[in-house]
Design a protein around this ligand. Structure first.
Ligand code: ACO
Length: 391
């Protein structure tokens, strides 16, 4: 088996229809449209209606992603759902989603890494595909966070919104898709973003409820500083370990937490603002859902073409961070697709010089191999092997 890659073949999103504007929030807590817009860039967010749940939102986004990929749910081998606001503590919403989709063959698990959950999920699914264990995975980021927010706390309730995004990841022999990633965690900052009650440490009780411990508590400035410290660094590391330069990236799809954080990260790294995909004004912070929602919008707006490079970056509760770079699209055809399984009888001289050229190029991943050299290189290796074994 040749080297395996994994590419995004389907994408979908769901956002509840109900819109809550900054002016609407100013009627609930002591705040203003001016304060929220200038401090965060958020103008409105979507709020789930009572009949909606984390599962229903995840299901709609997933069905849309499967439709784009053109595969039935029972072709899925794996489902990963990143969320911090599941329907229940038990069972995991991932199994509920697997059943609702009819993905009868799929393994499923829920993943919690705050807003970074989607990138943790994508990296994990990529491993399963790159090792050849599975061929098709669904990765979902979903949050119904409006029910975990304290609507008496202006420090947090203005920031968040509900939504879901999903991607289908498929194994491929073509050099495309996920190129590299970095993931990180620093639990020293655990209390900067915490729901203190309702877990095993402080089970729900009248005391927990009286202290509003079932809701999100956040040290906004600590999280802000952490984000500015980690985002740029993670992005640069992920791009570098993908064998790319920052200039090679055509579109940056960052976690949408605060526009000021994104502006600072872009300035730190020298990224032109027009290369950043930003939709925070319309959704607020949808936590684990924010990157797949943004990605799916970017594709539909025609911001991504075959061969483009994308970098995604996130930070969140934990505290955690992550960044991932990928090549968009189906990728160049492999040698076998072009020439069939039998090696073409090209002169040895041509094959040798192709091999030498490729070896001279110092690259870490196949992402930068030209579509012409790659098939020649693969073929020359096969011919050399056959020469050695005398076949
Ligand atoms: N409306 C009006 N005033 C407000 C509001 C509000 N909604 N919220 C806070 N204030 C007040 C504060 O009380 C404070 O008043 P004071 O000076 O009288 O004490 C003042 O505004 C300034 O407060 P700061 O906290 O210093 O405001 P800051 O400029 O830091 O902005 C914010 C706050 C927007 C929360 C910012 O710190 C931030 O975005 N932090 C990152 C948060 C984040 O991204 N969290 C999600 C992480 S991802 C995940 O895993 C879910």
């Amino acid at each position: 088996m040749g080297q395996r890659f994994s590419r995004i073949s389907g994408w979908g999103r769901y956002a509840p229809a109900q819109i809550l504007t900054n002016d609407d929030i100013a009627e609930i807590v002591d705040t203003s449209d001016e304060w929220i817009t200038s401090r965060t860039g958020i103008r409105e967010r979507r709020i789930a209606e009572p009949h909606e749940t984390t599962l229903t939102m995840a299901q709609t986004a997933s069905e849309r992603a499967l439709a784009v990929a053109g595969i039935p749910a029972d072709n899925l081998d794996l489902i990963i759902v990143a969320t911090s606001s599941p329907d229940y503590l038990l069972p995991p919403v991932s199994s509920m989603l697997q059943h609702a989709l009819g993905a009868s063959r799929a393994a499923a698990f829920e993943l919690r890494a705050g807003c970074t959950g989607f990138l943790y999920g994508l990296s994990t699914a990529h491993q399963f595909l790159a090792t050849g264990t599975y061929r098709r995975a669904l990765v979902v980021g979903v949050e119904l966070i409006s029910r975990a927010v304290d609507w008496q706390d202006r420090n947090t309730c203005v920031l968040f919104g509900d939504g879901a995004g999903a991607v289908v990841l498929e194994a491929t022999e073509r050099p495309t898709g996920v190129l590299g990633f970095v993931l990180g965690s620093d639990g020293a900052g655990a209390e900067a973003l915490i729901v203190p009650g309702g877990g095993s440490r402080q089970p729900l009780s009248s005391t927990v409820l009286a202290e509003r411990g079932q809701f999100i508590h956040m040290d906004g400035q600590a999280v802000f500083k952490f984000a500015v410290r980690t985002m740029g660094r993670a992005l640069l590391e992920a791009v570098e370990c993908s064998g790319l330069q920052l200039d090679d990236i055509d579109l940056f799809v960052p976690h949408q937490a605060n526009q000021r954080i994104l502006e600072l990260a872009a300035r730190q790294c020298g990224i032109p603002w027009e290369k950043m995909y930003v939709n925070i004004a319309r959704y607020g912070n949808t936590s684990a859902a924010s990157i797949p929602i943004a990605l799916s919008e970017a594709v539909e707006e025609g911001r991504l073409q075959e061969g483009n490079h994308i970098a995604m970056v996130s930070f969140g509760a934990g505290l955690t961070w992550g960044a991932l770079a990928l090549r968009w699209g189906e990728g160049p055809a492999t040698t076998e697709e072009v020439f069939g399984r039998q090696p073409l009888h090209l002169p040895q001289r041509v094959l040798r010089s192709a091999r030498t050229s490729v070896q001279k190029v110092r690259i870490q991943t196949t992402s930068r191999l030209s579509p012409l050299l790659l098939p020649l290189y693969a073929m020359s290796r096969r011919v050399r092997k056959e020469e050695k074994t005398g076949e």
